[in-house]
Design a protein around this ligand. Structure first.
Ligand SMILES: *Cc1c(COP(=O)(O)O)cnc(C)c1O
Length: 367
């Protein structure tokens, strides 16, 4: 065991920049966590009490971003179990609020919209985010797909000519080996009506070394491939993350980002402004800001929808337009925008609108 009074010097660790080393050396015990931070009583109890509900793993890379002494650190709060998780109604932990299972014609293929599907190709992730939407399945080996099941989903897609956009998700698709990922992507690319392949991944955030030259080559050989990543806080936008995203950009992959609005982590105007602005300096376009879902053990992360809309209202006019994502609530009926509207109503031949600074404007606009 290294000296527990101080975080290891990451520069002396061989293997640090090897993504598989990061996976193999993931933190999974209180003692291992003590190499990085001084866990507080809520975290120590959390590690003990959540054991049977939801697994935890943290890559050393992501742990190195944690503030060792501040339990409110936005990195720590996303991934270190906390006893607050037990104060929610644990009976709803198995809940599937988006009714994804009911929308799955074959296992782990969610066909909710007509022209596009979400395809959960693995249940593994680099790190298990405490607010995960798919807690019901992630990290559960019994829910993993074998090759025959993957093939069944691919056959379904080949038959359904209305599908033109396939989102690979999970778990995290980049948990698969390059060979397995290439197997899936080339089979999808061989289906003529599938135009767009998308990957939703948190590896650039949690283990950026996963974005290897070989992976970038596989993606660039199967374009158009779009990648949406998942940064929640500007502190996650490190030099290593930049390099990973830069490799993807250079491989011709358009990059978007999906953020979850999380109480005490990013639900204030300064955190969101810094996150979204830094993302565009990394050439990543903020795409969605999600209202946190009703998942067991996540009550302490949820904000009111009105608070989220108020934050969106305050972003408008203070950030480059393309740095502002769409705030959405995901439901069994699809994603629903929660946009504060500039439109205030009609008065005869005039429409009244409101500017970001609060000024009203009357636009001549006969019906
Ligand atoms: C989010 C989602 C998609 C993709 O939706 P976009 O709004 O096009 O990004 C597709 N299928 C399911 C089931 C989804 O949840």
């Amino acid at each position: 065991m290294p000296d527990t009074s101080q975080a290891p010097d990451i520069h002396t660790l061989t293997g640090w920049t090897d993504w598989k080393w990061q996976m193999k050396n993931r933190i999974r015990t209180e003692n291992e966590l003590r190499n990085w931070i001084e866990p507080n009583p809520g975290e120590i109890e959390g590690i003990r009490q959540t054991k049977n509900f939801f697994r935890w793993r943290i890559t050393p890379y992501y742990a190195s971003l944690m503030d060792p002494t501040d339990p409110d650190c936005p990195i720590r709060r996303q991934v270190v179990p906390h006893v607050d998780e037990m104060e929610d109604d644990m009976d709803i932990l198995e809940l599937d609020p988006l009714e994804e299972q009911a929308h799955s014609p074959v296992r782990n293929l969610i066909h909710n919209y007509r022209d596009r599907v979400a395809f959960c190709v693995t249940t593994e992730c680099a790190v298990y985010c405490r607010y995960c939407l798919r807690k019901r399945m992630v990290g559960d080996g019994t829910q993993a797909m074998n090759k025959e099941e993957l093939q069944e989903a691919i056959d379904y897609l080949a038959e359904h000519t209305e599908v033109r956009d396939v989102l690979l998700t999970g778990g995290d698709p980049l948990s698969l080996s390059d060979d397995n990922l290439e197997w899936i992507i080339t089979r999808l690319r061989a289906i003529p009506h599938i135009d767009i392949i998308r990957i939703g991944t948190r590896y650039p955030v949690l283990n950026p070394f996963r974005i290897t030259e070989r992976l970038c080559r596989i993606l660039s050989e199967n374009h158009p491939v779009w990648v949406n990543t998942h940064f929640n806080h500007a502190r996650e936008l490190t030099g290593d993350a930049y390099d990973a995203l830069d490799r993807l950009s250079r491989a011709g992959v358009p990059l978007g980002n999906q953020t979850v609005l999380l109480k005490g982590i990013n639900d204030d105007i300064e955190s969101l402004r810094e996150l979204f602005h830094t993302l565009i300096t990394f050439r990543v376009r903020p795409y969605y800001l999600y209202q946190a879902q009703l998942i067991g053990g996540t009550r302490h992360f949820r904000t009111s929808i009105e608070h989220g809309m108020e934050l969106m209202d305050q972003l408008r006019g203070h950030l480059s337009g393309f740095a502002i994502p769409l705030y959405v609530l995901d439901t069994p009926h699809g994603k629903i925008p929660l946009t504060p509207s500039g439109y205030k109503g009609r008065d005869g031949d005039f429409v009244t609108v409101r500017a970001f600074g609060g000024e009203s404007w009357r636009e001549y606009n006969p019906e």
